[in-house]
Design a binder for this molecule. Structure first.
Ligand SMILES: NC(=O)C1=CN([C@@H]2O[C@H](COP(=O)(O)OP(=O)(O)OC[C@H]3O[C@@H](n4cnc5c(N)ncnc54)[C@H](OP(=O)(O)O)[C@@H]3O)[C@@H](O)[C@H]2O)C=CC1
Ligand SMILES: O=C(O)[C@H](O)COP(=O)(O)O
Length: 496
């Protein structure tokens, strides 16, 4: 159970502690932040509302711990990460339980998220050992006018303090996708978990604590992003920000100093369906892509653009599958569970009502109880409807019928987002041309968008982000190059 067994240290009465200087602490603010269970709409957990002084202290410790961590051999850093991964996987049950309670993720998917996170940490340790153990050696005489008098050695060095801010929907996985690359590369790490998802993150951090990382190297500051966020992101000690979330990321990038940013933001992933597509395959992928975790995935299919001649048949197939989705509590592994908050449910409802007013075809009756919204397919959506462009982050999927592939590509490219997209056709040549034409970071051919496997590059264009994720890219982003040049008094040519 959450907060029990090896996790008792992280709880003070009914409020979870924050993590600083290798210890679990109660904030001097005397205040806590409530985490509302999305399904019951009752307070499930409480976390500390940390103060600015506590942030300052954490940053100070992070700066000093990083100096010795950078001198810790790479194999030792990897060893500790492997240990943390094993502890995390051994304790998947209580962590998954918190995911179920604070973000209403179905129980089975919650376990998958924890196991996937352990695997990500281990993969990152191995990849780090490989790529950080290699540097470059350049010779000066390849550039005109030079003799071979200079040997240039480059290697990757840490940035310093990395600030990690994950979103609610994959709080554990999107936290470790920042923590593990930062640590293997020799950085220290300050985590600000999402409020919904904070308790799962605190359990995960305790697994790193138990693995024996040095004091102060990892810290976890809790509190509302709207209150503590600016102070963290504009803190002078921070040398890199890795953020995943919504538009907040755009304002962070405007305020942040001259430091590397990894921003993974929203998306409006389009699914373009051609006349020759295998419609059964498309329908299954629309269900998986559009409705998994109730559509609360950055990589969810968020708009279907189908050629008119096959639209009726596709919509019927999807409708039949929507009818089979189960709706209810995450504990019972229902396909569709409550969305994260009342404000999120209200926002989704606003998009649905706008589409209704403007004449979209409802393939199911719109139904909502509290934060629980029944899966809804909206057909005959037109570009003047908000849902054609905005990200519902809920179980509501618009279908636009298109006259040509060009119309689909134009719709996709007119979006301010450019995360992923997908195209369904049996003609691989057409698929490649369409993929090249789509202004998105990734295009999946004959499958729904997905971030995983977690070592694949993952990046958004336009308002969907800055930089690239995926294990290797994250390690590279959290390092910089250091060059040493050996200058010889006379040219030297080996075997010359
Ligand atoms: N491209 C990608 O890889 C992904 C993108 N997303 C996107 O994330 C969004 C949903 O996640 P959601 O959690 O609601 O996103 P938010 O942008 O609301 O929150 C993300 C994180 O930012 C924190 N935060 C809030 N305000 C500030 C601030 N002023 N300064 C610093 N941090 C702050 C939040 O904390 P708190 O919870 O305390 O407010 C949370 O930890 C969707 O748009 C989705 O598309 C999601 C997953 C992956
Ligand atoms: O936030 C998200 O949507 C996740 O990163 C999705 O990961 P997945 O596409 O591999 O399920």
């Amino acid at each position: 159970m959450a907060g029990t067994g090896i996790f008792t240290d992280i709880l003070d009465g009914d409020v979870y502690k924050y993590y600083s200087d290798g210890e679990w602490k109660t904030s001097s603010s005397g205040k806590s932040v409530a985490i509302i269970n999305p399904a019951t709409r009752k307070t499930q957990y409480k976390v500390q509302a940390c103060t600015q002084e506590e942030v300052n202290k954490v940053m100070e410790m992070a700066k000093s711990a990083q100096k010795s961590w950078a001198k810790t051999p790479l194999w030792k850093r990897a060893e500790l990460l492997h240990k943390a991964a094993a502890i995390l996987k051994d304790n998947k049950a209580p962590i998954a339980e918190s995911l179920v309670k604070e973000i209403a993720k179905p129980a089975k998917d919650s376990v998958t998220e924890v196991v996937r996170s352990g695997d990500l940490i281990s993969y990152c340790a191995e990849e780090g050992v490989r790529i950080l153990g290699e540097g470059k050696f350049l010779l000066s005489d390849s550039f005109p006018g030079n003799e071979r008098t200079k040997y240039c050695l480059t290697s990757k060095i840490p940035l310093g303090v990395v600030l990690a801010i994950p979103p609610f929907n994959y709080p554990v996985n999107l936290a470790v996708s920042k923590i593990a690359p930062a640590l293997i590369a020799g950085n220290s790490l300050v985590l600000k978990p999402p409020t919904q998802g904070a308790v799962s993150c605190l359990h995960m951090v305790h697994c790193f604590h138990l693995a024996g990382f040095p004091k102060g190297l990892i810290s976890c500051i809790t509190g509302k992003g709207s209150e503590i966020g600016d102070f963290l992101t504009m803190h002078p000690a921070v040398n890199c920000i890795s953020f995943t979330g919504g538009d907040t990321g755009i304002s962070i990038s405007k305020k942040a100093g001259m430091i590397p940013l990894q921003m993974e933001l929203g998306g409006k992933d389009a699914c373009i369906v051609l006349e020759d597509a295998d419609l059964d395959l498309v329908a299954s992928n629309i269900i998986k892509g559009g409705f998994s975790y109730s559509g609360q995935r950055c990589t969810a299919v968020k708009v279907v653009l189908v050629i008119k001649s096959v639209a009726d048949e596709l919509v019927e197939k999807v409708k039949a599958k929507v009818a089979k989705l189960t709706v209810g509590p995450p504990e019972e592994n229902c396909d569709i569970t409550a969305v994260v908050s009342e404000s999120s449910a209200n926002f989704i409802e606003g998009l649905v009502m706008d589409a209704k007013d403007k004449g979209a075809t409802f393939c199911q009756e719109y139904k909502r109880e509290g934060n629980l919204i029944w899966p809804l397919l909206l057909d005959n959506v037109r570009p003047d409807m908000r849902i054609a462009w905005e990200e519902p982050f809920g179980p509501v999927l618009p279908v636009l019928r298109i006259n040509s592939v060009e119309e689909g590509i134009n719709h996709c490219n007119a979006s301010n987002f450019g995360l992923q997209g997908c195209v369904f056709t049996k003609d691989i040549n057409k698929a490649i041309l369409i993929s090249d034409a789509m202004e998105t970071g990734t295009v999946q051919i004959n499958s729904a968008p997905a971030r995983g496997p977690d070592h694949f590059p993952f990046q958004g264009l336009k308002d969907s982000g800055i930089g690239s994720q995926g294990v290797t890219n994250s390690i590279n982003l959290m390092t910089k190059l250091k060059t040493t040049v050996i200058n010889l008094p006379t040219p030297s040519y080996s075997m010359g």
